[in-house]
Design a binder for this molecule. Sequence first.
Ligand code: PFF
Length: 453
Amino acid sequence: MSAKREHWGSRLGFIMATAGSAVGLGNIWKFPYMAGDNGGAAFIIIYLALVFTIGLSVLLAEIMIGRASQSDAVNAFKKLGPGFFSIVGYMGIAAAFMILSFYCVVAGWTIDYVIKFASGAFSGMDADALGQAFGGFISDPVQPIIYQAIFVALTVMVVLGGVANGIERAGKILMPILFLILIALVIRSVTLPGAGKGLAFFLAPDFSKITGETIMAALGQAFFSLSLGMGAILTYGSYLDREANLGKSAWQVTFLDTSVAILAGLAILPAVFAFGMDPGAGPGLTFVTLPAVFMSMPGGIFFGTLFFLLLTIAALTSSISLLEPLVAFFSSKGYTRKQITVTSGFLSFLLGIPCSLAMGIWGDFTIFGKNFFDLMDFLTSNLILPIGGFLIAIFVGWVVTPRALKEVCGDDAPGLLAKTWIFILRFIAPVAILLILLSGLGLLDDLQAALGL
Ligand code: PFF
């Protein structure tokens, strides 16, 4: 299979496709409500610090492993180092199914919103009415599952057609449009009367809100948002050729992803305050507050339709990157792209059904105090992805360091940036991830007691 390995048409194509993977529901839907739930600016500062140290370093590590090995996430580790590390690839496969399951549920909601906006169903509704409409829709046992199925089918269709051309072209056209629309929305949101309080919430940190759990949530969000820790970026990196400058690419993807998250927060949180709503309202922020902003502005139906269409597309360029690592791995086992995409799509659809029902009739069914949707999200974002990132950091920082430096620096001697990268992967990322995991799980006190500290 490696003989026929597909490659990106250009470095820009790779950047846009990888940014397409990174930019998705995580930035536009999850980030603003997490910031709202976790103390606003204080959460954002911690998030940014984690993204530009650990996130960026692990991103570059994944791209490097992919390009050096020209292999899928399981075989890449076997090719470059001890086979033990291929556990990252296996965990990634489990994570891909789990993320796809709940991701496609929310992406399904975005399709429903495109239709509702375009058909004028929201005309004349205020924030309260929109809130009720949203609650009614997601708790319905049938409708959201139909939209989820449609979205899974779209994902399968794109991945069936092969990646390089479809994703690359879509990314190049759609990402700039998404950016422009977001900027227009930010301008509208921050100029609403009463938006100032929201801006203050976004910009003035209150560190008393920060706990071990908050930091764990910020780390989980950093990994989720950058698509790290499960081999998606590694797989995309494996379609790169020799020429591309990896460090620059990693930096550009991180910058784009973070800008979109911040812009989404600026589009949504000031509007929340302007409408006197609760910033801690959770997952409903994007689906209730933002529509309320649209309905209060001229051309709102048009902009609302466009926004949710772009959100659907942003979700699609991400869900594709969740399916592609499965294709890359199972095709090394001799299955065809068609067999893998259709089977994986179907299985993740089935796993998504209880996620969708958790919003309504199965809401009371909890495991470890979380409903099924939140459980899938927690297990992947807060556990599997950081553990995957931990192992990737160890692998590149300690096991294959000379090869990694050669891959990133070429024939040049490693400069300060490259040395900092390895330093972060060696010491900062593993220690920080471990401490954050332990404290987020409430185990740090137990550990301190056990060590007699
Ligand atoms: N990064 C995507 C987002 O922020 O929406 C989600 C995601 C895609 C996570 C691909 C993990 C992944 F492998």
